[in-house]
Design a binder for this molecule. Structure first.
Ligand SMILES: *[C@@H]1O[C@H](CO)[C@@H](O)[C@H](O)[C@H]1NC(C)=O
Ligand SMILES: *[C@@H]1O[C@H](CO)[C@@H](O)[C@H](O)[C@H]1NC(C)=O
Ligand SMILES: *[C@@H]1O[C@H](CO)[C@@H](O)[C@H](O)[C@H]1NC(C)=O
Ligand SMILES: *[C@@H]1O[C@H](CO)[C@@H](O)[C@H](O)[C@H]1NC(C)=O
Ligand SMILES: *[C@@H]1O[C@H](CO)[C@@H](O)[C@H](O)[C@H]1NC(C)=O
Ligand SMILES: *[C@@H]1O[C@H](CO)[C@@H](O)[C@H](O)[C@H]1NC(C)=O
Ligand SMILES: *[C@@H]1O[C@H](CO)[C@@H](O)[C@H](O)[C@H]1NC(C)=O
Length: 257
């Protein structure tokens, strides 16, 4: 009788093991912070008299980009019908590639079409790498995704740094950009360390789950105890009534048998 109520509740409770919840929150944490590589960028302005070097802050390699160093001439897209358009989405996007140049790198603005489309546009003109700058000020870098772009290196930089570079490009100066692999920021999701040797973000995600699990477990246990007590009392009442009707077997005898 009592087993009939206890068994289902145990099955229900064991279907929400705490480890599963931790796995789930670890997955969420890695979705928020996927692993990425920073890129060290250095732009050299080729000046008739002296070369100026612009030291850029760290950029970020795209997800599908090969993580390797590349150097080349930096080019922005030519205006389309006289209108400046650095999005690189338009089918008429062209670059003025000087003859005998083996490595050139495109500078494009984020927005209006996918990163993949931008990279493929430049790829049709044999680009070595694509540097995409953020389209909004004070926006953090994202890890760009652009499947199927082969061995083209992609890097995202901030809008502020792009403006510095564009100032020189607008003066028709020749710019050389060098991209190098910086540091690898790895999500700890795939590490084999213990659950508690993780980033604090994981702990922050996990805590609400654990609290929820505890509250719901407590509620379920309380609910079933009430059910069992109710059922037990009901059965006892029935027994009492039955023994009253029979008038012979006492309640004590029924339970000690
Ligand atoms: C940037 O590159 C130029 C030329 O390759 C080099 O002379 C300069 O030292 C570099 N600067 C930095 C900060 O790496
Ligand atoms: C380069 O230097 C020469 C003299 O050394 C000077 O006359 C000229 O204006 C300079 N050019 C630039 C672009 O600064
Ligand atoms: C390009 O390179 C070829 C041979 O490598 C040479 O003959 C030609 O003059 C070069 N053109 C320019 C514009 O430098
Ligand atoms: C910047 O690019 C993103 C992604 O394409 C887009 O959602 C957003 O509207 C763009 N913002 C501006 C100001 O163009
Ligand atoms: C953005 O893309 C749409 C088509 O998707 C195009 O009509 C529009 O001209 C583009 N805007 C710019 C600024 O290139
Ligand atoms: C790109 O490279 C290929 C092979 O190296 C060449 O045939 C093609 O003409 C190049 N395209 C452009 C736009 O330079
Ligand atoms: C840069 O070059 C383009 C074409 O080569 C020319 O139309 C433009 O006036 C030049 N700009 C400056 C600032 O020299």
């Amino acid at each position: 009788m009592i087993l009939k109520w206890i068994l289902p509740s145990w099955i229900f409770l064991s279907s929400i093991p705490v480890l599963d919840l931790l796995n789930c929150s670890a997955f969420l944490a890695s979705a928020v912070n996927p692993p990425y590589f920073t890129a060290l960028l250095n732009v050299t302005v080729i000046h008739p008299n002296s070369s100026v070097s612009i030291n850029l802050e760290h950029g970020r390699y795209g997800q599908e980009s090969p993580k390797r160093a590349v150097t080349g001439l930096l080019l922005e897209p030519l205006p389309i019908n006289g209108v400046t358009n650095r999005l690189g989405c338009d089918a008429r996007t062209r670059f003025h590639i000087p003859p005998n140049i083996t490595h050139w790198i495109a500078l494009l603005e984020r927005g209006n079409c996918t990163f993949r489309q931008k990279v493929l546009r430049a790829a049709s003109q044999n680009v070595s790498a694509v540097v995409i700058y953020n389209n909004e000020t004070h926006q953090d870098h994202v890890t760009m995704t652009h499947q199927g772009t082969g061995d083209i290196v992609t890097v995202m930089i901030s809008q502020q740094k792009a403006k510095e570079i564009l100032n020189y490009l607008e003066k028709n100066m020749t710019l050389l950009i060098s991209i190098k692999v910086g540091s690898h920021f790895e999500s700890k999701h795939f590490s084999h360390s213990s659950y508690f040797d993780r980033s604090s973000s994981l702990v922050f995600v996990a805590i609400p789950f654990i609290i929820l699990a505890l509250i719901s477990s407590a509620w379920i246990i309380f609910y079933f105890i009430q059910k069992i007590r109710h059922k037990f009392a009901h059965d006892q009442n029935q027994l009492i009534e039955m023994s009253k009707e029979e008038g012979e077997v006492s309640l004590y005898d029924e339970y000690s048998a």
